[in-house]
Design a protein around this ligand. Structure first.
Ligand code: PLP
Length: 396
């Protein structure tokens, strides 16, 4: 069968591949500790589940407006005002089937073939692949551990060319947990001010999972706000990954374009998830804060556990639920026939030898690192690190 050439342009997400491999080993009866998870290990809060049950009973079962119910878009505007002091109107909001679809809508709305898209590495796996799908040209800018894996204004400006159309980043960042401060964002915004053609996608899906204080959005700088596509959603902050609800806040022109695309792909997202999202966004955030407190406790424990691995180097994450150590110092070591020459091989070694699943940094544009998730119980995290240590000690 001749499949389309579109398929050759992009890769399947390494994160999902790793989860699949872990599941396969588990199905064979092997006890795998999963530290590859990209979602909260918490259940959706009760009041949100109740809202879904109510929505079913009230027969919210019909097609929804493509951009989402108006009262949901109003709730999103209220949330953006309450949490971020950002003013948006419902015509500047479009709700989608997860932030992933929001991202695809945004990229497909603004990218023409050969447009350059700057993505600081490490980055979330999907950014580059969606750009390739849209036939844009990905321009990676490698950030460094020394700079906390954050792009500097100089690095940004050096990467900009006449063809630069888009910049995509996340703060808090998946996979590094880096969080940009207001001052850092302002300096980047000042660079963008000089280049009015560039559009900025700000992925803020980990907004609430922030260990250092107030979330800051690059959309707060009025002189560039009309070029910022803010992406957020309910997956991470409300433990609702499977519900599939994300959104864009952006100039109405972008939202209209995204609506046109979404109207052909999926139409409006799931009605029950939308009704529940209204409740989630309007309610107080106690369950979210409790979850974040637990993530913070685990982060501190993980940072402590990592001290037992002098060959690993990393930043302590300020947000999200991942740690992203460099494992370069293990390259060249071996256990019998198995030689570790890169992070992909180290991840496979950890899976097969230590029965712990992690994700290779090459999936995120940094082949020296691995991503270890702490979206698992403290008990599993400690067991996972114990196994990793035992596995690595066999390498000589
Ligand atoms: N953006 C980042 C940085 C993510 O890590 C993820 C999920 O892993 C998403 C977006 C997608 O979120 P959603 O579940 O809403 O599609």
């Amino acid at each position: 069968m001749q499949l389309s050439s579109t398929l050759q342009r992009f890769n399947e997400p390494e994160t999902l591949k790793m989860a699949k491999l872990g599941r396969e080993l588990r199905a064979k009866g092997i006890d795998i500790v999963d530290l590859s998870l990209g979602e909260p290990d918490f259940d959706t809060p009760e009041h949100i589940k109740d809202a879904a049950k109510k929505a079913i009973d009230e027969n919210w079962s019909h097609y929804t407006p493509v951009a989402g119910y108006l009262d949901l878009r109003e709730a999103i505007c209220n949330k953006l005002k309450r949490d971020n002091n950002l003013a948006y109107t419902p015509d500047q909001i479009i709700v989608s089937t997860g932030a992933k679809q929001s991202l695809a809508n945004a990229v497909l709305s603004v990218i023409d073939p050969e447009d350059e898209v700057i993505i600081p590495t490490p980055y979330w796996v999907t950014y580059s692949e969606i750009v390739k799908l849209a036939q844009g040209k990905v321009v990676f800018v490698n950030t460094t551990l020394q700079n906390g894996y954050k792009i500097t204004p100089e690095e940004l400006e050096n990467a900009i060319t006449y063809n630069t159309k888009l910049f995509i980043f996340s703060s808090p960042c998946n996979p590094t947990g880096a969080v940009y401060s207001k001052e850092e964002l302002e300096k980047l915004a000042m660079v963008f001010k000089k280049f009015p053609r560039i559009i900025i996608i700000s992925d803020e899906i980990y907004e609430y999972i922030n260990f250092v204080g107030q979330h800051e959005s690059i959309a707060q700088f009025d002189f560039i706000k009309d070029r910022v596509i803010l992406i957020n959603g309910l997956s991470k902050g409300f433990a609702m990954t499977g519900w599939r609800l994300g959104y864009i806040a952006a100039p109405a022109e972008i939202v209209k374009a995204a609506e046109k695309i979404q109207g052909q792909f999926t139409s409006g997202t799931n009605s029950i998830a939308q009704r529940s999202a209204i409740v989630a966004l309007n309610a107080d955030l106690t369950p979210t804060h409790e979850m974040v407190t637990e993530f913070k406790r685990r982060k501190l424990r993980v940072a402590e556990l990592l001290k037992e691995f002098p060959l690993m180097q990393c930043n302590v994450p300020d947000g999200a639920f991942y740690i992203f150590p460099s494992v370069k110092k293990y390259f060249g070591l071996k256990n019998g026939e198995v030689v570790i020459s890169n992070a992909d091989e180290l991840c496979m070694y950890l899976l097969n030898e230590a029965h712990v699943s992690t994700v290779t940094g090459s999936a995120f544009g940094n082949p020296d690192c691995i991503r270890i998730s702490f979206a698992n119980s403290m008990e599993k995290i400690e067991e996972g690190f114990r196994r990793i240590k035992a596995g690595l000690e066999k390498l000589t």
